[in-house]
Design a protein around this ligand. Structure first.
Ligand SMILES: Cc1ncc(COP(=O)(O)O)c(C=O)c1O
Ligand SMILES: N[C@@H](CCOP(=O)(O)O)C(=O)O
Length: 462
């Protein structure tokens, strides 16, 4: 298995190389050259297996023998042993055909743990094997940051720099990052928004000369390993509901598009999926593109679902690559136009996307309404991101024979503002975090300027 760039120009990489990098040198993102297939029998045999065993089976073809099976199985098992629920990602039935896939039982209470608990271990494995050190630069709208720190902090070969938008993440999210006082962890609050932070990370990958040869690694979903690990829960949940004999649909709160793209990969591997429903908050570029072919940037809005406050959605590029029949030049040309002016997708690729994807945008007032309504119906308090998915799923539910699985992407305790505004007293943090609000914090506020950020990295890396 080799990995190729969505822009068609960068050299193909091995699995190890793709894990130890970020963006491709042509500005694209890496995807597998061919999509491994899960046969009907492969899927049927997964029924009743542990999450870790399903994870091993789904991901092993991507690893391509570059880690021996025993070691890879151990890394996977250790990664998912950190989750507080025996099922790792339990399915919670809301009604006859609507299920919540709870992805928030990992150490930092968001779906990002699923991939980052494994990515940290993969990085540790490869860097130790090579005797190399590396610098991580990551951008976060709140959840990736703490999950990356938690997943990578024990890797002595890594220095971790996480950029978050100053005063635009929740207090719990900020403290989850800034209260980790380890020598290799550096939190930077950028005076800008998530798009500014992500653009600086991408610019640092495009020109790494400021690091004088030290390897730069991505923990955002531009790193293929993030997508790979997220494919697993689509397979596991569908199998639990009867796949491959029965189709399912998924509804995915979306922004940077890594999550739903992982689902699409599961579908391409052979999982019978009827439909993916993309839920956005008021930052609705994904919905506008699918519904109205309006692929244009709008001003980023601060919403009650802050982790989805993103305009430039990285992984949409990976889906465009598929929709444009893997024509890297066409993708590069479209994305150059997108950066410069409002644009639109060509008709055939858009039609292809619409065959499998639907979308809905959910505003703040509706998020609050959904949190109240879902509590009334199910006694569950949803986090505001999951609430966007819940509403989109309710709007889109069709054939009752096809279960709808809505991805519950975070624990409500992380988002007190929305929960309190919806009329609830708040949700307690789990015991391992019950003193979070008293812990000492350390972070540095910097202007949203690439040179300031890169200078900080150079001065602080060990
Ligand atoms: C809680 C939560 N839900 C949903 C999303 C959207 O996921 P994605 O960026 O993979 O589309 C994010 C982050 O982006 C998130 O942190
Ligand atoms: N919502 C994310 C944004 C970054 O997304 P990623 O999946 O590319 O890491 C966050 O919480 O940081």
């Amino acid at each position: 298995m080799r990995y190729i760039s969505t822009r068609g120009q960068a050299p193909a990489l091995s699995f190890e190389e793709v894990v130890l990098t970020g963006m491709a040198s042509d500005g694209g993102l890496y995807v597998p050259e061919t999509v491994p297939q899960l046969s009907h029998d492969d899927l049927a045999e997964m029924a009743g297996l542990s999450y870790a065993e399903i994870a091993f089976r789904v991901m092993q073809p991507f690893v391509n023998g570059e880690i021996d099976d025993d070691t890879f199985r151990r890394l996977v098992t250790e990664a998912y042993a950190t989750f507080s629920h025996d099922a790792v990602v339990p399915l919670n039935q809301l009604d006859a055909n609507h299920f919540l896939l709870e992805l928030f039982h990992g150490p930092t209470l968001a779906f990002k743990d699923v991939a980052l608990q494994l990515l940290g271990r993969l990085l540790d494995h490869f860097l130790k094997k090579r005797g190399e050190r590396a610098v991580i630069m990551g951008a976060t709208s709140g959840d990736t940051g703490s999950a990356a720190i938690e997943g990578c902090r024990h890797c002595d070969n890594l220095d971790i720099f996480i950029l978050h938008p100053y005063q635009r993440v929740s207090e719990v999210q900020r403290r989850q990052m800034t209260s980790v006082l380890a020598d290799n962890v550096f939190n930077v609050a950028i005076e800008g928004n998530f798009d500014d932070a992500q653009a600086m990370v991408k610019a640092s990958f495009a020109d790494q000369s400021f690091l004088n040869g030290t390897r730069l690694v991505a923990v955002n979903s531009i790193n293929w390993a993030r997508i790979m690990a997220q494919i697993v829960y689509y397979v596991a949940s569908a199998v639990a509901l009867g796949a491959p004999r029965r189709k399912v649909s998924f509804c995915v709160p979306s922004a940077n598009f890594g999550n739903v793209f992982a689902g699409y990969m599961a579908y391409r591997m052979g999982l019978p999926v009827e439909r993916f429903v993309i839920a956005t908050n008021a930052n609705d570029i994904l919905h506008r593109t699918l519904a109205a072919n309006d692929f244009s940037k709008q001003e980023l809005k601060a919403t009650l679902a802050p982790s989805m406050d993103i305009v430039v959605s990285s992984n949409f590029e990976r889906l465009l690559f598929e929709a444009y029949d893997r024509d890297g030049a066409a993708v590069a040309e479209l994305l150059a136009r997108f950066q410069a002016e409002p644009t639109a997708l060509a008709e055939a690729p858009l039609a292809r996307l619409r065959e499998r994807f639907a979308s809905h945008s959910v505003d703040d007032a509706t998020i609050l309404e959904v949190i109240r309504e879902a509590h009334h119906r199910t006694q569950e308090i949803l986090d505001p991101h999951t609430a966007t998915g819940y509403r989109a799923a309710e709007r889109e539910r069709g054939d009752a024979a096809v279960p709808m699985i809505t991805l519950a992407t975070a624990h409500p305790a992380k988002f007190a503002e929305a929960v309190v505004k919806a009329g609830f007293p708040g949700v307690p943090l789990p015991p391992h975090m019950d003193d979070l609000l008293e812990r000492e914090e350390r972070y540095t506020v910097l202007p949203a300027e690439l040179s300031a950020v890169q200078q900080f990295v150079v001065e602080n890396r060990r």
